[in-house]
Design a protein around this ligand. Structure first.
Ligand code: NAP
Length: 525
């Protein structure tokens, strides 16, 4: 049941003055539930509870935390149709997507549970003492990863489940041993409260300390700002706009004690179209890319927003085919009037830019006011290079094709891009070797490089890198997807000459957990 209140640890509370409602973009009306924004007292209480809970939560074993994560997954599944209905009414996304995203959320929680059950993720590294070493004895040193402390997670507008309340950031932080305070996304506060109720239920049933999780409502920047500035918060996870992520990053750096902000932000995900591939399969590629640009109404951080090729008849054919294909796609509803408002504004500003040509712009009637009209625009390489405004993400179903004079201009364009989550090469197998400088430039700009595919569709697995050079993310050394994302919420910690019985099990001489450890340079159990 949705109450509109905040979860301050295990307790529902709604003492604040400011209220708001979520919006159904399909029906273009407000939803009925009213949400109460968290007050400063509630924010403080949530953080103090989290700080207290950190001590006790930290002492839980990996398998106890794994049981907690499995219980969250089970409790989310038990929300059943209530959750799916609320998700759809707050996002305009179809039921299939809601169920798919729920599956991904459950899968992430269980993957972290498996990681904890296995246990080797803590990177236990042991160097045993050499007391008679000369000129100085070598001490016994044992290092492992330990949790940072309470962390704040900002829910993402475009993933109400998989990157929000119990999404990847929360699952990774809880797995690491960090209590989590979620700053719920105002567009899907009801979905957030339902999922929060599942987390609280799981925490109670598995004996986790009160405060291991809190969920705070907010419809403006105040709650997030206060959380990031709170001295007892130790790190922040964020998915959203560059403007929002950068503001939080700056705020965190200006604290008396700065903290890391792991923000996953905008990306235009360049796709390099090599000539022979275009010559041989322009139409097939156009169909594939029309799908990738419009899937989820273009509201994915991996949407291919930039396609780059060398001027030729084949590139012209590709642009014509892409234009025809994209017009055939059925427009779909965007997440919120604010999101489609930003899309329309950015689209019109791009279309009005001198030198940009509209190749396709869906012109037929759409079934509702919040349905986005997809578009393709083209521009020459020189114009693109001359204005970095053209390099910015347009969140929604629009893509830009840059027509370069030659391979050297293509390389220059890639080199001049900001950091990106992904880069894609469309190539025949024999031609890629002719473009080593383009490939090197692309590798230097992105976190993940794709051969003959599309960037949308992010596999959740250990080898995934979802994060790239700034501004794709604030720290390109980490991924926001897959179990390796746990590394954002920990720090290395060494014990020197510490008595064996006082060491954590991960570092004890007999290796009671049977985990993989690096002992004197050799990996062993
Ligand atoms: P957003 O504006 O970046 O906001 C995300 C969250 O951060 C919200 O909860 C917001 O709070 C909070 N926030 C933003 N600026 C803040 C600040 N200065 N201080 C404290 N908190 C702040 O993203 P959004 O609302 O999800 O969507 C808006 C735009 O972001 C989209 O049109 C799109 O361009 C972009 N976006 C990009 C991606 C991507 O993956 N690349 C994903 C989602 C969105 P309030 O909402 O409560 O103000």
């Amino acid at each position: 049941m949705i109450t509109g209140k905040n979860y301050i640890g295990n307790r529902l509370s709604g003492i604040g003055q400011k209220t708001y409602r979520t919006f159904n973009p399909l029906l273009n009306i407000e939803n009925s539930h009213e949400f109460v924004e968290a007050s400063i007292e509630e924010i403080n209480e949530a953080v103090f509870l989290a700080s207290d809970a950190y001590i006790e939560y930290n002492q839980k074993s990996g398998s106890e935390k794994a049981a907690f994560l499995h219980a969250i997954a089970d409790a989310i599944l038990a929300l059943d149709d209530d959750l799916i209905r609320t998700y759809c009414s707050e996002s305009g996304l179809p039921e299939g997507r809601a169920k798919g995203e729920r599956g991904r959320t459950i899968g992430q929680l269980r993957a972290f549970a498996d990681l904890l059950d296995e246990g080797s993720w803590v990177d236990a590294t042991i160097e045993t003492a050499i007391p008679d070493r000369t000129p100085a004895p070598k001490p016994d040193l044992r290092k492992m990863l330990v949790p940072l402390g309470p962390v704040v997670v900002f829910g993402a507008s475009n993933f109400p489940l998989a990157f929000s309340t119990a999404g990847g950031d929360t699952a990774a932080a809880l797995a690491a041993g960090c209590p989590v305070i979620v700053k719920s996304h105002p567009m899907h506060a009801g979905t957030g409260e339902l999922v929060a109720s599942a987390i609280i239920k799981a925490a109670e049933s598995t004996g986790m300390p009160n405060g291991v999780f809190s969920n705070l409502n907010s419809s403006g920047i105040e709650v997030g700002t206060q959380l990031v500035q709170h001295p007892q918060v130790k790190a922040v996870g964020f998915t959203g706009s560059i403007k929002g992520g950068r503001a939080l990053f700056d705020l965190a750096s200006q604290r008396e004690v700065p903290i890391p902000v792991f923000a996953e932000m905008g990306s235009i995900n360049p796709v390099v179209l090599l000539p022979e591939a275009l010559q041989n399969r322009a139409e097939t590629l156009a169909k594939t890319y029309a799908g990738s640009i419009t899937v989820g109404s273009g509201q994915f951080c991996t949407k291919p927003g930039l396609l780059v090729g060398i001027k030729s008849d084949a590139l012209t054919n590709f642009v014509n085919s892409l234009s025809q294909e994209i017009i055939k796609m059925e427009p779909s509803c965007m997440l919120h009037p604010n999101i489609i408002g930003a899309y329309e504004k950015n689209k019109q500003s791009a279309i009005g830019h001198e030198g940009l040509v509209v190749a396709a712009d869906y012109g037929d009637e759409v079934v509702g006011v919040n349905y986005a009209r997809q578009a393709v625009v083209t521009v020459d390489g020189k114009t693109f290079l001359g204005d970095t405004k053209l390099h910015q993400e347009i969140f929604g179903p629009l893509s830009m094709v840059v027509q370069c004079e030659d391979a050297s201009e293509l390389e220059q364009i890639i080199s001049n891009l900001e950091g990106q989550l992904t880069g894609t090469i469309i190539s025949e197998s024999n031609e890629i070797s002719e473009y080593p400088r383009v490939i090197a430039a692309l590798q230097n700009r992105v976190g993940r490089i794709i051969f003959n595919g599309v960037p949308t569709g992010v596999e959740v697995c250990a080898a995934m890198q979802h994060g790239g050079p700034y501004p794709a993310s604030t720290d390109s050394r980490f991924t926001a997807v897959g179990v390796q994302s746990i590394k954002r919420w920990v720090r290395p910690f060494s014990y020197q000459n510490w008595p064996d019985e006082l060491l954590p099990n991960e570092l004890k001489h007999d290796n009671p957990l049977g985990i993989n450890r690096l002992v004197n340079g050799t990996i062993m159990k």
